[in-house]
Design a protein around this ligand. Sequence first.
Ligand SMILES: Nc1ccn([C@@H]2O[C@H](COP(=O)(O)OP(=O)(O)OP(=O)(O)O)[C@@H](O)[C@H]2O)c(=O)n1
Ligand SMILES: C[C@](O)(CO)[C@H](O)COP(=O)(O)O
Length: 248
Amino acid sequence: MSDQPRPSRTAAVIPAAGRGVRLGPGAPKALRALGGTPMLVHAVRAMAASRQVSLVVIVAPPDGAPEVRNLLDEHALPERTEFLVVPGGGTRQESVKLGLDALPADIRAVLVHDAARPLVPVDTVDAVVEAVRDGAPAVVPALPLADTVKEVEPGAPGEPEPVLSTPVRSRLRAVQTPQGFDRDTLVRAHERVAVSGEGATDDAGLVEQLGVPVVVVPGHEEAFKVTRPLDLVLAEAVLARRRANDGF
Ligand SMILES: Nc1ccn([C@@H]2O[C@H](COP(=O)(O)OP(=O)(O)OP(=O)(O)O)[C@@H](O)[C@H]2O)c(=O)n1
Ligand SMILES: C[C@](O)(CO)[C@H](O)COP(=O)(O)O
């Protein structure tokens, strides 16, 4: 056997342990079908489509790891990619941490990608990986906003909420995944920033709390998050358009 050190590798961690409450009653969101295939399988394929990603860690619902392992075995996935399934936690932040804990030592760069963003194009994945490999410790894909955003004083449900301010829209970005990180930076962020309430809403936010710079690269409209029922309608339409285009 060669005693040369193995080159450092890039892994993707896919938090998929959420219930999908905002999507309505049914199976855990990641296991629901999109175009006849579980949303999670689309997300796993989207990460494995990047030749830069050699390991995908899937963070399953806490009691659903065997089911997710079976699901992956039933679907065609690239042979050059390694897949690991670990049980998740009660918040997204805890689930990502459990995924990071499972990474082998030779992983130097990590993507964190929501199972709920099943249709992210491979070019977006590659752009994030490239930026990390070029030396950025934390990279997020993002898009400018179409709506004006107001900061409000949250009130009781259904009651009018006083507006506090209107941030300058041209300075705002809607952040997507995969978010890419130097592994040590992301692990440090997850160790230092405690889970409070629902946890941090994204991983780059934890890194920002360390004072480490985060940069934005262009996101993609098709990397939207399936959160509410209407998002599922859009996702089915995007998938149908892709399949029709592939047919010609
Ligand atoms: N305890 C949790 C909560 C969320 N997630 C994952 O984090 C991603 C983004 O979360 P979101 O879209 O909010 O999913 P849910 O938490 O399932 O949605 P909801 O808030 O509507 O229940 C999803 O892929 C989800 O599976 C996770 O791994 N573990
Ligand atoms: C990580 C994220 O997708 C970036 O926009 C988002 O913050 C996840 O939020 P959610 O409420 O857990 O879906």
